[in-house]
Design a protein around this ligand. Structure first.
Ligand code: CO
Length: 212
C-alpha cells in the first residue's frame, strides 16, 4: 500500500509541474484529443511511447500488447486503429517492436509458457513464412534480432490489409504506416524503411474496395 502511495505523490508532483508550465494544460486536454500519431508497441515496461518520442499528453494515441502484434482477428487492436484513423484523424501509424523482446524470444523456443503461447503463435507464423531468410542466419542472436524486425514488417502489412486503412486511402486520406524497432541498449529508434502510404504498395491478394 505504501508503495502505491508513492504513485499518488508522483502524480500530484507531475500534475503540478505541467500546470506550472501551462495553467490551462489539463483544461485544454479535457476538451478534446487530436493526436497525429498512433503507436502500436510492445507492452514491455521499458518502451513507453510518449517518453521515447518526446511527446506530451494528447499527442500520441497508444495501443500496446505483448510483441506489438496486429492480427486481423484482434478486435482490440482493430478498434484502436479504427477509432484513431476514422475519428481522431491520426495520419501516421507506427508499429514499433524492440530488440530483446521476450515475446519474440518465447516464440523461438519449444517450451510452453501457457495461454500466451496462443498469442505468440502469430510470431511463429512470421517465422514460418520467413523460414528461407531466417535459415540463412546461423548466429542465434542475429536470428533473434532479425525476427524482431520481420515481425514488425509483418504487422505493418497486417495494418495495411485492414479495411480501415484501405478505406482511408480510397477516400484520398493521407495515411502512412511505419515499421520501427527500438533498441533497449541505446534508447534509440531504428526506421526499418517500410513506410506504406498507398494501396499500390499492398499485395493484390489483400486489396479490398468498399461498395458505395
Ligand atoms: Co516486447
Amino acid at each position: 500500500m505504501r508503495e502505491l502511495k508513492t504513485l499518488f505523490e508522483n502524480n500530484r508532483a507531475w500534475a503540478k509541474r505541467i500546470l506550472e508550465n501551462d495553467p490551462e494544460a489539463f483544461l485544454k486536454l479535457s476538451k478534446e484529443q487530436k493526436p497525429k500519431y498512433l503507436w502500436i508497441g510492445c507492452s514491455d515496461s521499458r518502451m513507453p511511447a510518449n517518453e521515447i518520442l518526446g511527446l506530451d499528453p494528447g499527442e500520441v494515441f497508444v495501443h500496446r500488447n505483448v510483441a506489438n502484434l496486429c492480427p486481423h482477428t484482434d478486435f482490440n487492436c482493430l478498434s484502436v486503429l479504427q477509432f484513431g484513423v476514422e475519428y481522431l484523424g491520426v495520419d501516421q501509424v507506427i508499429v514499433c517492436g524492440h530488440y530483446g523482446c521476450g515475446g519474440v524470444k518465447a516464440s523461438m523456443e519449444t517450451t510452453q509458457l501457457g495461454l500466451i503461447d496462443n498469442w505468440l503463435r502469430n510470431i511463429r507464423d512470421v517465422s514460418s513464412r520467413e523460414k528461407e531468410e531466417l535459415s540463412q542466419i546461423s548466429d542465434p542472436e542475429a536470428k533473434y534480432r532479425r525476427l524482431v524486425e520481420l515481425n514488425v514488417l509483418h504487422q505493418v502489412m497486417n495494418v495495411c490489409h485492414t479495411t480501415i486503412v484501405q478505406n482511408a486511402w480510397a477516400e484520398n486520406r493521407k495515411l502512412s504506416i511505419h515499421g520501427w524497432v527500438y533498441d533497449l541498449e541505446t534508447g534509440l529508434l531504428k526506421d526499418l524503411s517500410a513506410c506504406i502510404s498507398s494501396i499500390e504498395q499492398v499485395d493484390e491478394t489483400y486489396r479490398t474496395l468498399k461498395l458505395h
